[in-house]
Ligand binder design. Structure first.
Ligand code: NDP
Length: 403
């Protein structure tokens, strides 16, 4: 395998760290060219010390200044430090890289991820919000540039692995029915509140919501997992990645998170991908595709693994999931509005300004308000995203007064 030249967007996050862990096991296969973060100077600094990238970008200019000072004091002034969104776009599209891990959280990752796509890179897509918020526009860019899209979300990576070779070569443009696929079964654990009394959900704290039973993740996706909005965003992501109708996607609760998703074929076969819940598996898979490399993940021990359970989703417990499926059917404006509203609402919940159960109310009000907006190009996406965020901030101001 030829050595890959890597850019990691969101290096200091949970996915970024797992990516660097896999990379550190294979220095001959991967060379880290560029790393990025938002504000976490100390973490990016220690990553720069270990991986010696050419460029380090921080979204925040003040943080970038601090990083540059630290690097130059420790004899690493040759690492070029930059800041701002344009610098993120530049490293994503740079001719020095061939592979981009898109792991910024939220719609802030949209333009850098799209830049990697436009430059025809191998794009390892963790940043599902980028695809959810721009859908067809994102895929049109993939088609135009010939970029290679590989899913990092464990569910989509699992579905990818369960598909025939021919479909793996056309992510974004699959023809699943032609290849005998009848359904995609998207599994989800149900998060930390699967068995909690529904009446008690309004008083759960950010700390409780971020304590996922099986996965160790960033705070935003942890809250999304607790509301199951994450599964909703994944539902929309699956529709785009696998070119599949919403009616052919079924969410299945599987509390053990051992099966990461499944594909059902018309002859009755169901192919599942399994493993311990550790993001280094899908990351290693996508980094080395089509080869296989050691990810540092222990193999499944079937004799100590608890038995597999499967349940249907109770939408009363997870109204955000129902809303996301509705948005998926309503179209792009609904999805863009849902994603933007959810980012602000989750942030407010994490800052203890909003009750857990009111995240969905904010999201639903926003989807209903913006569902008919026109979203034909990337500028429309950015305008709508901004409008929704302003609207939700107003809602939150009123909320604070009324609570
Ligand atoms: P984290 O919150 O752990 O990390 C987010 C990363 O993005 C950090 O490097 C952060 O920098 C950076 N960042 C945050 N805001 C900005 C911004 N405005 N501009 C530039 N960079 C920014 O998130 P995760 O790693 O958990 O998730 C990343 C993405 O991967 C999400 O889209 C998530 O849905 C997806 N994903 C995550 C999984 C997981 O297991 N964690 C599983 C599947 C998908 P800093 O550290 O400086 O704040």
């Amino acid at each position: 395998m030829k050595q890959r030249q890597l850019c990691i967007l969101g290096a200091t996050g949970s996915i970024g760290e797992s990516t660097l862990d896999v990379v550190s096991r294979h220095p001959d296969l991967f060379n880290v060219v560029a790393l990025s973060a938002n504000t976490n100077v100390d973490k990016l600094y220690s990553m720069c010390q270990q991986f010696l990238p050419k460029v380090a970008v921080m979204a925040c200019a003040k943080a970038a200044n601090q990083l540059a000072i630290k690097l130059s004091r420790s004899g690493l002034a040759s690492i070029d430090v930059k800041s701002g969104e344009q610098a993120l776009i530049d490293i994503a599209a740079s001719s020095h890289t061939d592979t981009v891990m898109a792991a910024i959280v939220g719609a802030s990752g949209l333009m850098p991820t799209l830049a990697a796509v436009n430059a025809g890179k191998r794009v390892l897509l963790a940043n599902k919000e980028a695809l959810v918020t721009s859908g067809q526009i994102f895929l049109d860019a993939v088609k135009a540039s010939g970029a290679e899209l590989l899913p990092i979300d464990s569910e989509h990576n699992a579905i990818f692995q369960c598909l025939p070779d021919v479909e793996q070569q056309q992510v974004g443009f699959c023809q699943l029915k032609d290849n005998g696929v009848s359904k995609v079964l998207l599994t989800g654990s149900g998060g930390p509140f699967r068995t909690k009394a529904i009446e008690e959900l309004s008083s759960v704290t950010p700390e409780q919501a971020c304590k996922h039973p099986n996965w160790d993740m960033g705070r935003k996706i942890s809250v999304d997992s607790a509301t199951m909005m994450n599964k909703g965003l994944e539902f929309i992501e699956a529709k785009w990645l696998f070119n599949i109708e919403p009616e052919q996607i079924q969410v299945v609760l599987h509390p053990q998170s051992t099966i990461h998703s499944m594909v059902q074929y018309k002859d009755g076969s169901v192919i599942a991908q399994m493993g311990n819940p550790d993001m280094r598996t899908p990351i290693a898979h996508a980094l080395a595709y089509p080869e296989r490399i050691d990810a540092g993940v222990a193999p499944l021990d079937f004799f100590s693994t608890p038995s597999f359970e499967f349940q249907a989703v109770d939408f009363k417990r997870y109204p955000n999931l129902e809303l996301a499926i509705r948005a998926c059917k309503l179209g792009q404006a609904a999805c863009t509005a849902l994603n933007a509203a959810n980012e602000i609402a989750v942030d407010a919940f994490l800052n203890k300004q909003l009750k857990f159960t009111d995240i969905c109310k904010i999201n639903e009000t926003s989807v209903n308000k913006f569902v008919s907006e026109k979203v034909g190009n990337i500028d429309d996406v950015l305008v709508l995203d901004k409008k929704v965020r302003c609207f939700v901030k107003q809602l939150l101001d009123e909320y604070e007064v009324n609570v």
